[in-house]
Ligand binder design. Structure first.
Ligand SMILES: [Mg+2]
Length: 282
């Protein structure tokens, strides 16, 4: 940050005591091909398991994602019934995780930061675990806040004859007066309720936490609840994002304050250790 030609330290980074990382397209890059495979699997699930017409599956998939944060949350909102574990095993369980490459550079960066680190993903626990293992960073985090954290149980099935599907595509083109978009029972980013719930579960103070996420709407939502935000996957900073990083590999150059504070803490630890050792010898 340049102010009157002088470098000004980012206070929000200096007081930070927790780093929260999105998983997909943040901890591993978008060009891994996993995002495209996930999208294809979701469309197949919609067509083969929920009876959505193939010709509209792509449009509906994208529309629900935009409206509800995830296509899954949107499918539930408009009335489709399915078991959450069944959905996840179909969408994520069949992915080729070898497309995600081990990332020793990222591992070193994470390990060099003695600050609390957690993953916050809309994905399910098994997906997060497999992706983190492939990256070789599964032991770099205190915990993972995932789909199951916020949505512990699948709803009981409803008899097929009682199913009513809200035609959201028609509604968005010709909104009926007085008819509102249905709400989803699924909690996920970027919903404010989901974000606050995730922070509560993990005992995180938003005022001293940085969110790293490739989704701008997640970044915007995080900013609104007081978090410091880093948009990942682009170097172009948008309003609402405090920083933007092409890749997490650039963290140290872009956010040196994080290391500075960590090193200061390390100095304090070392000096108190020295005092203890001295007093023992004396
Ligand atoms: Mg993401």
């Amino acid at each position: 940050m340049e102010l009157d030609g002088k470098y000004s330290k980012d206070q929000s980074l200096l007081k930070c005591d927790c780093l929260l990382f999105d998983l997909d397209d943040t901890l591993y890059p978008f060009n891994s091909g996993i995002a495209a495979d996930i999208m294809k699997n979701i469309q197949d699930y919609m067509v083969h398991k929920l009876g959505v017409q193939e010709s509209i599956s792509l449009e509906l998939c994208v529309l629900l994602y935009k409206q509800y944060g995830t296509t899954m949350a949107g499918l539930r909102a408009v009335g489709y019934q399915f078991d959450y574990d069944d959905y996840h095993s179909f969408v994520h369980g069949r992915l080729s995780y070898d497309k995600i490459k081990p990332d020793p550079v990222l591992r070193n960066i994470l390990l060099s930061l003695p600050i609390r680190k957690l993953v916050f993903t809309n994905g399910d626990r098994a997906h997060a675990s497999r992706a983190l293992k492939r990256l070789g960073i599964e032991d770099c985090f205190e915990g993972v806040v995932c789909f199951e954290t916020l949505n512990p149980t699948s709803p009981p099935p409803i008899p097929a004859e009682e199913l009513q599907i809200f035609d959201i595509m028609k509604h968005l083109v010709h909104p009926q007066p007085g008819v509102e978009l249905p709400k989803s029972p699924i909690l996920c980013k970027p919903s404010r309720v989901a974000m606050l719930q995730a922070l509560k579960v993990a005992s995180i103070n938003p005022q001293t936490t940085i969110l790293f996420d490739d989704s701008f709407r997640n970044i915007e939502a995080a900013k609104q609840i007081g978090m410091c935000t880093v948009l990942v996957g682009t170097s172009e900073r948008k309003k609402g994002a405090d920083h933007a990083l092409e890749s997490l590999h650039n963290m140290k150059e872009a956010l040196p304050e994080l290391w500075e504070e960590a090193e200061k803490d390390e100095d304090v630890r070392n000096s108190s250790k020295a005092r203890i050792e001295t007093s023992v010898i004396a």
